[in-house]
Design a binder for this molecule. Structure first.
Ligand code: XMP
Length: 326
């Protein structure tokens, strides 16, 4: 039987009890596959790699090494949460690499979106490879592949955060959630004790805030994206919209306009808010955010985020606009 095909008899994991049974079965299977070998895992903090990490910690403990690469394009608080959950709470072997300067130096002056993605992808693999060399005798590579990745990769690979790792290293793959759909991965993650904001996290592109700081990334504009995104998420959570709106974020384009503050003329950036709903990301509709909430977010961004003088709401559905701006 092809191990990449989900058997028809496999029950959909919808309840804690079914998740417990899956966890027990997978832990045993992982122990059998890995024995006393060592596993390396690129841990982004997204739900898929986090669930794989938690399963592997249960199965092989310290024989797992997680590598969390901070490319400087993460959302506010993300790296800190990965360290807190996996190193402090789950006692995992976690290597944290702050490669912010390295990524941002390589990206300086690069405005073409595809070029930016390529640089981020290549640099990620380079950093990961350097860390992999430091772990002696490691034969296995953990991956957060899920079933839709396999289905899509028959044709073109789905958006995958770190493409190309396995071929390059010649590791044996360890992919415990590869037959699960996203909603099942979440039920399993919850049962493994991962925090809600990790388990129900909205989709986040591999190149991170880099695709939302359009054009050539600068540190100050990137900061404006990160801070405005944090405000948006905080206010959506307070308004009870977390987990209800599929994806929401801010964009800061490489474009300035005039403004005025305290009698002084400004020449600053706009922040664009995007909030969309979709089933499969192929088409999307725009969330009808209540006006008072938009107003509140606007006021906070204009007072708390440096270098910004306008806030706009993106009303464009997909098609013809894509969800991301790059
Ligand atoms: P678009 O912008 O194509 O986005 O309408 C559809 C979904 O894919 C996410 N996305 C990405 N995810 N790497 C990723 O891992 C990427 O380069 C990337 N670009 C877009 C996007 O956030 C949305 O959920």
């Amino acid at each position: 039987m092809d191990s990449n095909v989900r058997p028809e008899s496999m029950e959909r994991i919808t309840t804690p009890a079914l998740a417990d049974a899956f966890i027990e079965e997978q832990v045993a299977a992982l122990q059998k596959q890995i024995g006393d070998g060592k596993v390396l895992l690129a841990l982004s903090g997204g739900v898929d790699s986090s669930v794989v990490a938690a399963l592997l910690i249960k199965a092989i403990g310290k024989n797992l090494t997680c590598v969390h690469v901070n490319h400087g394009l993460l959302r506010k608080g993300e790296a800190e949460q990965v360290i807190d959950v996996f190193r402090n709470q789950m006692k995992a072997n976690l290597v944290y690499v702050d490669a912010t300067d390295r990524f941002l130096d390589k990206l300086a002056g690069v405005s073409d979106p595809e070029q930016k993605r390529k640089i981020i992808g290549k640099e990620f693999i380079d950093v990961f490879e350097e860390e992999a060399k430091k772990v002696e005798g490691c034969k296995f590579l953990g991956q957060g592949t899920i079933y839709p990745d396999i289905l899509v990769s028959n044709g073109v690979k789905a958006h995958h955060n770190v493409g190309g790792l396995p071929e390059k290293f010649g590791f044996e793959l360890v992919e415990p959630v590869k037959l699960l759909f996203k909603d099942e991965v979440r039920v399993v993650g919850k049962q493994l004790g991962l925090p809600d904001n990790m388990v129900y996290r909205q989709p986040f592109p591999g190149p991170g805030l880099g695709v939302r700081c359009t054009g050539a990334i600068t540190r100050d504009r990137l900061e404006a994206v990160r801070e405005s995104d944090a405000i948006l998420r905080e206010e959506f959570a307070k308004a009870g919209l977390e987990g209800k709106v599929w994806q929401y974020f801010t964009i800061v384009p490489d474009y300035r306009s005039t403004g005025v503050k305290d009698g002084k003329r400004l020449w600053d950036w706009p922040v664009i808010i995007r909030a969309v709903n979709t089933k499969d990301a192929m088409t999307a509709t725009v969330e009808e955010v209540p006006w008072p909430l938009l107003n509140k977010i606007t006021q906070r961004i204009l007072t708390e985020v440096k270098g910004v003088n306008r806030v706009l709401y993106d009303l464009s559905p997909k098609p013809c606009a894509t969800i991301e701006w790059e």
